[in-house]
Unconditional design. Structure first.
Length: 227
């Protein structure tokens, strides 16, 4: 029986990889993020806010739609990759008078999500990494790391959310499919519904493996006494 588990450190690699992917995708539209932070700081400081719009020229006309299109697509990366960040915010949204999540003063919701969700989402990718490590260890008859009931409950919630989003895919309309943010929510819910099965599977396997380990240890003791 294998007593050591030298599994790949998914719990550390996956959060860092997710953060790097978000950084790469958002870097080309960093001007939007910088503007959002500056706008929020000025809102808190009470300083007057001046927005300078560059004049259009014949050589290079200003096209607001062309500038916004990359942002509209790239800002969805944290919504998909870090979908579980939404779950803890649901209670606040339900009790909030505006029925919306908390956002710093003067900052747009999309910008706040793009800035904060990749960092908050690292915790959930850490949980997923533990699930992968536990599942690989289970193949070697090792219970490590031990999946807790809290992690299992989180995975169960995400699995249910994944089923709901799957139903959303089957029932959406052409108008829904043209809504990029709606499709990002669907993709994020489905992605994490699938990833959650790893944690659930590891949790189901670990008690059986522990029972086999205990039984094997008991047999070894008994055989030793007989010898």
């Amino acid at each position: 029986m294998v007593t050591k588990n030298r599994a790949f450190p998914f719990r550390f690699v996956l959060p860092a990889a997710q953060l790097l992917v978000c950084l790469i995708l958002l870097w080309p539209v960093r001007a939007f993020l910088i503007f959002g932070v500056a706008f929020s700081i000025r809102s808190y400081s009470g300083s007057p806010i001046h927005i300078a719009v560059p004049p259009a020229t014949v050589e290079k006309p200003v096209n607001a739609d062309a500038l916004g299109e990359p942002w509209d697509r790239r800002k969805l990366a944290p919504l998909i990759l870090d979908f579980p960040v939404l779950i803890p915010r649901v209670p606040y949204i339900l009790i909030s008078p505006t029925r919306s999540e908390w956002v710093p003063k003067g900052m747009f919701t999309d910008i706040w999500r793009a800035l904060s969700w990749p960092f908050a989402g690292m915790f959930f990718w850490w949980l997923f990494g533990r699930g992968i490590e536990a599942l690989f260890a289970a193949k070697q008859s090792v219970v490590r790391p031990r999946i807790t009931w809290a992690e299992t409950s989180f995975a169960g919630i995400m699995f249910v959310v994944g089923l709901v989003t799957l139903a959303g895919i089957l029932t959406n309309t052409p108008d829904d499919r043209r809504d990029l943010q709606f499709m990002a929510w669907i993709a994020g819910g489905l992605l994490w519904g699938v990833l959650a099965t790893t944690i659930i599977a590891a949790r189901l396997l670990q008690p059986r493996i522990q029972k086999l380990i205990n039984h094997s240890g008991l047999n070894s003791i008994l055989n030793g006494r007989e010898g």
